[in-house]
Design a protein around this ligand. Structure first.
Ligand SMILES: Nc1ncnc2c1ncn2[C@@H]1O[C@H](COP(=O)(O)OP(=O)(O)O)[C@@H](O)[C@H]1O
Ligand SMILES: [Mg+2]
Length: 144
């Protein structure tokens, strides 16, 4: 068994942090390369009646900088464990962007938490995790 490139989906949630630690543990054992990716969803028009284009731009800028901050924190954790990682913020639908990243970068394992931000507490498996398990071309580790 060998995983050479491990992709971690990181949304800043506790569950994704736990997934990151598991990925770090794996990378230490098998020596794999870590890729940490956060995906920002585009503005959801269905949630408002009226919005100005500048407000949408501001919303998206804020979301991107929030995700960049999460990724910096994640990278600090990785470096604190004596490893390094590639980080990237992408925009789009999270599971699709993560799968696309994994395909394009030759990642052979995707590690995510079982839930994230914005999900229901009682939900066992979030939609991003569930889509990855169903549709990704790679092995998926869902950390509980
Ligand atoms: N926007 C995102 N960017 C990167 N990873 C994500 C994103 N959303 C979710 N994930 C990953 O998927 C895991 C499960 O989240 P998700 O399925 O979205 O649950 P929920 O429905 O509770 O938000 C998270 O712990 C994280 O590892
Ligand atoms: Mg989510």
């Amino acid at each position: 068994m060998a995983f050479r490139k491990i992709l971690v989906g990181y949304d800043g949630s506790e569950a994704s942090k736990k997934a990151l630690y598991k990925a770090i543990g794996l990378a230490k054992i098998i020596g794999g390369e870590l890729h940490i990716v956060g995906v920002v969803r585009p503005f959801e028009f269905a949630t408002v009646d009226f919005i100005l284009p500048e407000e949408i731009e501001e919303y998206e800028r804020e979301e991107v900088s929030k995700e960049e901050k999460y990724l910096r924190e994640a990278l600090d954790i990785v470096k604190g464990e004596g490893l390094n990682a590639y980080t990237k913020v992408l925009e789009g639908e999270p599971s699709e962007e993560l799968m696309d990243y994994a395909d394009k970068n030759g990642c052979d394992l995707i590690v995510v938490g079982h839930r994230g931000v914005g999900g229901f507490k009682r939900m066992i498996l979030g939609s991003t995790a569930s889509n990855l398990v169903k549709y990704a071309n790679q092995s998926v580790l869902v950390v509980k």
